[in-house]
Design a protein around this ligand. Sequence first.
Ligand code: C5P
Length: 234
Amino acid sequence: MIRKKDVIIACDFASKEETLAFLDRFEGEKPYVKVGMELYYACGPDIVREIKKRGHKIFLDLKLHDIPNTVKKAMKVLSSLDVDMCNVHAAGTIEMMKAALEGLVRPDGTRPLLIAVTQLTSTSEERMQKDLLIGANMQETIAHYARNAQLAGLDGVVCSPLEAALVKEACGSDFLAVTPGIRFKDAAGDDQVRVTDPAGARAIGSDFIVVGRPITAAPDPVAAYNRCVKDFLG
Ligand code: C5P
């Protein structure tokens, strides 16, 4: 089923076997899957092909950041894997984001969604200002980077669910907010600090929630996924 909004499961596993065994549990269902650096670097493009062959949509979360020409060529390769969404760091500049977008367009004119990381949710305002020498505060920086991504023609940004409203205010309601940092109200937060539950993310305006451990480490992952879908999509 094509959904405009969706729950994306972060498949943060170390091997192909573990990942496919996990997806087998869903039987007829085909959840949207996020493949990140660990799995991609461990298994290579084959894991993407295998998951696509099984009928899932894929968000390939490799957060590219390099010179525009290199990013454009790398995106061409990723796009040919038929992924549905991929991402870059907005810190790579508007020029780099434009190049990424150009690289993604397939010969038939289609392309995956492209979203930008504004500031990693693991970066505190203090570290951003001291280490990166960014003088603005976190909110201004996120809004500015999101506007840059929009100027470059991207579809949206990855951000904390608590920042989704800020992004929509800066870039309009059609600009996508893809949000990790999701926890059920009755669960522990792990290492995620700025979190909300699926219903809260819906209320704030997230378009896609990215959920890892609350599903992958649940005693019944399928039930946890269905709970996310019900709470987020209504
Ligand atoms: O297990 P958990 O639900 O915390 O997983 C969240 C997923 O989203 C992980 O794959 C993590 O790498 C990713 N992510 C994040 N914060 C970002 C970008 C990506 O948590 N800013």
